[in-house]
Design a protein around this ligand. Structure first.
Ligand code: LLP
Length: 425
């Protein structure tokens, strides 16, 4: 992951910039994003899926620079709120290359989508059909897809599995909800159904679940063809492509994914007598995750109960993932060579609860001390985008590194920022 290099022992660099220098110049905690790595990952997708539309899932990480890079690399965008959508369009992203998701789209979300002219709206529930048709108006026109539950279990943690029955997303094939909703959509002249969508879950590291999804989705397409005579031109298989968080972790092989999905799709469509639909994929984590590094300063070291606790200046407010999903990270010492043998330590945050652990069982030099810098790799996705204002610490800045230069993309949230929203007394 990330183009981290270690020119001298302990001197970790990303994008040609020593991380210790970034910490010195921008303070800690700080997110460092390798622009080249993001662009390279976009290109890897374009090469692996030349026949498909690749949409970056904005929820993983979003700022104006990211929108620009994704646009320049020729990807589309998957958004799930008016906030993500309006930032993208205001940054110049073409709205027709944007898809709007969401299981509970607010009037504001739908209003923005229609006003700005998003390419597709993905319908997630029966009640959304009438709402959307009314918002589009009798003379309007909107391309839509339907989010289908294929009944496939996959994903790194129970909380991020969305392809199974009995969870809040999508419409079940098994229960007939998808078929029923689609029949209603086909009755609405102002809604043009372009295809089906499914998203199995996140942090999936094997190809197989995607192949099962292809078979189930094509099965539904064949049934719709028989019952309604419709041939749907698009199939969106969502995202979920898993990455390595620690050395030795498995990541999803994108080339194998593309090759096997393509073959499965061809075969299933041939068997069903259907033309092969245009494929869409929506990776978020696999584009932003490995390109980001979180940098923290060690504030305290404590040895107690047989454990070494290394406390840093961030925590669950900038990375809730270990607490939410039990994710394991592998922090590295930055800026000096460790002079003692590596030993397992628990890297904890600064927040007011014992569950505020950033990395348990992290292996770091035993002489780790206050003032040291720690780098947490694979921190580009679902860190800052899920950050909170817990304990009024303020969210960290984002610094882009590229070609030996560092520049600020998102500034640190100041106490003044936090105070300015507090308008009553
Ligand atoms: N498409 C849809 C409709 C989605 O809901 C998601 C993610 C994606 C694409 C992108 O999935 P990705 O390629 O990034 O796995 N907060 C969790 C992950 C939640 C994912 C939500 N939906 C985490 O930190 O692991």
């Amino acid at each position: 992951p990330a183009s981290t290099a270690e020119p001298r022992p302990g001197e970790l660099t990303v994008g040609g910039v020593p991380l210790a220098e970034v910490a010195e110049r921008f303070g800690t905690p700080v997110y460092v994003l390798d622009e080249d790595e993001v662009r390279e990952r976009c290109r890897t997708y374009r090469h692996a899926f030349p026949e498909a539309d690749v949409l970056y899932a904005a929820k993983a990480f979003l700022c104006r620079a990211m929108i620009r890079w994704v646009d320049e690399e020729g990807l589309g965008l998957d958004v799930c709120s008016a906030g993500e959508l309006e930032l993208a369009v205001a940054t110049g992203f073409p709205p027709e290359r944007i898809v709007l998701h969401g299981n509970a789209k607010s009037p504001r979300d739908l209003g923005s989508a229609l006003r700005l002219g998003v390419g597709r709206i993905v319908i997630d529930s029966p009640s959304e059909i009438a709402r959307l048709a009314a918002a589009v108006g009798p003379d309007g026109h909107q391309k839509v897809m339907v989010r289908v539950v294929p009944g496939v279990s996959a994903g790194g943690h129970e909380k991020i599995r969305t392809g199974t029955e009995d969870q809040k997303f999508g419409l079940s094939i098994r229960d007939g909800h998808a078929q029923h909703a689609i029949a209603r959509i086909l009755d609405q002249p102002q809604l043009q159904l372009t295809g089906l969508h499914c998203h199995l879950g996140s942090q999936i590291t094997t190809v197989k679940p995607y192949l099962s999804a292809v078979r189930r989705m094509v099965g539904l397409m064949a049934r719709l063809h028989r019952q309604h005579g419709v041939v749907l031109p698009e199939l969106d298989l969502g995202g979920g492509h898993g990455i390595a968080y620690r050395p030795g972790d498995a990541a999803l092989d994108l080339t194998a994914l593309a090759r096997r999905v393509r073959a499965e799709l061809r075969e299933a469509c041939a068997a069903a007598g259907l033309p092969v639909p245009r494929l869409l994929v929506e990776p978020g984590r696999a584009i932003a995750g490995p390109a980001g590094v979180a940098l923290y300063r060690v504030l305290a070291v404590k040895r107690t109960g047989g454990h070494t606790y290394v406390a840093v200046d961030g925590g669950m407010s900038d990375n809730p993932r270990p607490a939410l999903y039990g994710v394991r990270y592998a922090p590295r010492l930055v800026g000096r060579p460790g002079s003692a043998a590596p030993a397992p330590v628990t890297v904890v945050g600064r927040h007011c609860e014992a569950g505020d652990v950033l990395a348990s069982g992290a292996v770091l030099p035993d002489d780790i001390r206050p003032g040291d810098l720690l780098a947490v790799p694979a921190a580009g996705a679902y860190h800052l985008s899920m950050a909170s204002d817990y304990n009024l610490v303020g969210r960290p800045p984002v610094v882009a590194v590229d070609d030996g230069r560092a520049r600020l993309l998102v500034r640190r949230e100041s106490l003044e920022d936090l105070r300015s929203r507090d308008v009553g007394l």
